[in-house]
Design a protein around this ligand. Structure first.
Ligand code: KG4
Ligand code: ZN
Length: 337
């Protein structure tokens, strides 16, 4: 282990997060959220980068204090390079570059999606490979075969919206705040998941589509509200439970197909939507009925966090990857990174 202490920074979307990794353990994982987007029903990029600017230094100081680590004890700095909002990424990148210059320590740029996968190893340092991962976040939805700590293959992807987006867009239609997933889950708890049905997109193989389900919800609400203007308020729990169930059923059917095709040793969920309790339970049941190991990260490692950036950075650094100070952010995912 060449690096004992890694500082990680995540700022790709609307969470400013700083974590400290020390010899395989996360000593601090401090995240500052941004309430400013709530009223807009989605992240407003310009407001996000400004909020990152005000949050980054206090978050950094809090992480160092929580971990009881002095700046000069840091061996390397890992930072999200992309994909994400460029203005947001720049705040993290520039802070990381400044620290790298001031402390004269190596800098490593991390792919945010690879980091969501690396989050699985925080609590499971020696998993049974290969792992079939359903990565479900606000910007991406992919089925990934993870062969080892650094080797991954995308075996299925959404052709349009991400699963998280399907939750966020539905929440907007239902008059619920951003981020939609958490609010739909709350309302779903007291609802009947079989009350209504929303059609599943027919996409061949392991690819997926989520844009149709939110449109189906829109037409359903328009139709029902014509007969009863109070339909939405009277049935919110049942609508949320049924909508959530439709997304889970879809993710489940693709996962079961991938298990048949690729015969993994473990299955896992990662990304913000994996914080959903019903989805977590469903994955545990799928694993059990197929005799597979199941990796479901703790809540704090599902949604965006810097602990996963430290973890991804660690594996890259151990494989001699270091980034230059000329490193630039990239907004879209690039599978070569
Ligand atoms: O991974 P993440 O924090 O950020 C991205 O990289 O996109 O994922 C955010 C997404 C949002 O779409 C949010 O609605 C969704 O994760 N999410 C959930 C839950 N918590 C967050 N979706 C369903 N149920 C949840 N409990
Ligand atoms: Zn994410």
């Amino acid at each position: 282990m060449r690096y004992s202490t890694i500082l990680g920074i995540e700022s790709s979307c609307d969470d400013t997060s700083v974590a400290i990794w020390y010899k395989g353990k996360i000593l601090a994982n401090v995240t500052a959220g941004q309430d400013v987007h709530r009223q807009y029903g989605g992240v407003v990029p310009e407001l996000a980068s400004r909020a990152h600017q005000s949050n980054i230094i206090p978050t950094l100081e809090k992480a160092l204090k929580t971990a009881n680590i002095a700046e000069n004890e840091i061996d390397a700095i890992a930072v999200t390079q992309g994909p994400g909002l460029v203005g947001s990424l720049l705040v993290g990148l520039n802070t990381a570059k400044g620290l790298s210059i001031a402390l004269n320590k190596p800098l490593i740029g991390v792919n945010h999606l690879q980091a969501h996968i690396a989050a699985l190893f925080i609590e499971n340092p020696e998993p049974a490979f290969p792992i079939l991962v359903m990565l479900v976040s606000g910007g991406h939805t992919q089925l990934i075969l993870v062969r080892n700590y650094t080797e991954t293959e995308v075996i299925g992807t959404t052709l349009d919206d991400a699963a998280g987006e399907a939750f966020d867009k539905a929440a907007k239609l239902l008059g619920l705040p951003y981020p939609g997933g958490t609010h739909i889950e709350k309302w779903a708890q007291s609802g009947n998941p079989q009350a209504f049905s929303f059609p599943q997109a027919t996409v061949q193989g392991l690819n997926m589509s989520f844009s149709g389900i939110k449109t189906a919800l829109l037409y359903f609400l328009q139709k029902e509200s014509k007969n009863n203007p109070d339909f939405l308020t009277e049935n919110l729990s049942d609508i949320c439970a049924s909508y959530q169930q439709s997304i889970i059923n879809y993710l489940t059917s693709k996962t079961k197909k991938a298990i048949k095709d690729f015969k993994p040793s473990s299955i896992a969920i990662a990304g913000g939507v994996s914080a959903n309790r019903k989805l977590r339970k469903t994955f545990q049941e799928i694993a059990q009925s197929n005799g597979l190991n199941c990796i479901v990260p703790s809540f704090e490692y599902c949604t965006d966090n810097a602990a996963m950036i430290c973890m991804a950075g660690y594996y890259l650094l151990e494989n001699n990857h270091v980034s230059g100070l000329d490193m630039l952010p990239y907004p879209k995912n690039n599978s070569n990174r």
